[in-house]
Design a protein around this ligand. Structure first.
Ligand SMILES: Cc1ncc(COP(=O)(O)O)c(C=O)c1O
Length: 418
């Protein structure tokens, strides 16, 4: 165990946290095995959020360390500005084998924000290169989160996070998430001739784990096609089994033109993200150098050979070991248990979600207090104003799901007691 006294937690600025209060009760995680992690004080937690929807296979799988070490010894880096490498090509081939035939091109990034940044730029350039240079606006939904970089941040609609960085670039329109008709109204109202893309999380996490009606995305697909608007799915969270399907697109029977994915693609074992590009879009970037129609955006660690080698091993493990099936089965078991808890605990208003992506909503704004009580009691969750997110690794067993529910049951009265 690390001597905690030697760690100056104030040296690291932790995302979204006030460092002063973080330093008074820091969470400094040292190691993990399966669904469990331990902090530097030796306290054990169930990782009820898979890191942050990332550690889909659980912690401490040494086979991925071996893959990374082997690739580091072989080739640790290739410049994405002038080369690619076998692990990137193999991972791209494998990813394309998991999705319908129209996806044959992959562009790698190192995180979800970068992937969405690519998706938005690509949508604009696609229209410019297919005779519609005036199509540049991007529509997204209130409550969405697409990342914290420029365009991804502009597409996000989380007022309390965004407002510090105003002004964002223009050309980003936000609409309610209720119906696809809300989106069509915005497309028509803004003039369809100016709309490049709609970007949507198939299941919205930050908006409170919102699963749309089954006909939402089929209708939205039809609306986008009718107005020549590209559909981008942000599957950074939902991709790689989280919903009980490899991609949420499969669950809705609707495929986008660009699908961005990250997090679970490497299960937290390496920084990695990607966009899967449908041929319709990719073809607009295929030509002679003199045409100047190539995609002109990239990042140093995009397609890194170590990340891609780990990514391929992780995704193969996910597919070959029925991890996705487990996410569906144990996810439903977890949801049933949370609903039963809702019968016993009147503070709970609703259980929402799908697969291993659930949320417990409360009548009162006690989400953060429940999060803190759960943490004290050895469970990590996702705090929000009046809900907590529960999304453990996809390999979670029924017994571990029972443990999660028991800790939440114990924690709610503690939260209510202040
Ligand atoms: C739906 C969604 N999109 C994009 C992102 C941004 O990904 P990253 O933090 O890897 O940049 C996140 C991160 O949580 C996310 O939840």
């Amino acid at each position: 165990m690390t001597d905690q006294k030697t760690l100056d937690t104030a040296k690291v600025m932790v995302d979204f946290n006030q460092m002063k209060s973080f330093g008074q009760d820091p969470l400094v995680l040292e190691r993990g095995v399966g669904v469990r992690v331990w902090d530097v004080f030796g306290k054990e937690y169930i990782d009820g959020l898979s890191g942050v929807f990332t550690v889909n296979l659980g912690h401490g799988m040494s086979q991925f360390a071996d893959v990374a070490a082997e690739q580091m010894r072989t080739l640790s880096f290739s410049a994405p500005t002038m080369s690619t490498n076998p692990p990137a090509i193999k991972l791209a081939e494998y990813l394309c084998s998991l999705v319908p035939d129209q996806f044959n091109t992959v562009k790698f990034a190192s995180g979800g924000s970068e992937a969405n940044e690519f998706a938005i730029k690509m949508a604009r350039q696609y229209h410019a290169q297919t005779g519609n240079p005036r199509k540049y606006k991007v529509i997204s939904r209130w409550g969405s989160y697409h990342g914290s970089t420029g365009f991804a941040g502009a597409a996000s609609a989380q007022p309390e996070w965004k407002s510090k960085y105003d002004p964002y670039p223009e050309g980003f329109i936000h609409v309610p998430r209720r119906t696809p008709e809300d989106i069509e109204e915005a497309i028509v109202g803004e003039n369809a001739e100016s709309i490049a893309a709609v970007i949507a999380e198939p299941v919205m996490l930050s908006a409170g784990v919102r699963v749309p009606d089954p006909d939402y995305f089929p209708k939205l697909r039809e609306i986008c096609d009718r107005h020549n608007v590209l559909l981008i799915f942000d599957e950074i969270i939902t991709g790689f089994g989280r919903t009980g399907h490899i991609f949420a697109a499969e669950m809705f029977g609707v495929w986008p033109d660009i699908l961005s994915c990250g997090k679970g693609i490497s299960g937290g074992y390496a920084p990695l993200a990607a966009i899967l590009i449908a041929d319709k879009v990719a073809n607009a970037f295929w030509g002679d150098p003199a045409q100047g129609i190539q995609f002109l955006s990239g990042h140093t660690y995009g397609g890194n050979p170590v990340s891609c080698a780990v990514g391929e091993a992780v995704v193969r493990y996910l597919v070959e070991n029925d991890v996705v099936g487990n996410a569906q089965r144990v996810g439903n078991y977890l949801a049933d248990g949370l609903r039963d808890l809702g019968e016993r605990q009147p503070a709970i208003s609703e259980v929402r979600g799908v697969g291993m992506m659930r949320c417990l909503a409360f009548h009162e704004p006690i989400g953060r207090a429940v999060y803190s009580a759960c943490r004290r009691n050895g469970l990590l969750t996702r705090p929000a104003h009046d809900w907590i997110g529960v999304a453990p690794p996809l390999v979670t067993t029924e017994q571990e799901a029972d443990e999660i529910i028991a800790i939440i049951e114990k924690s709610i009265p503690e939260a209510l007691a202040g």
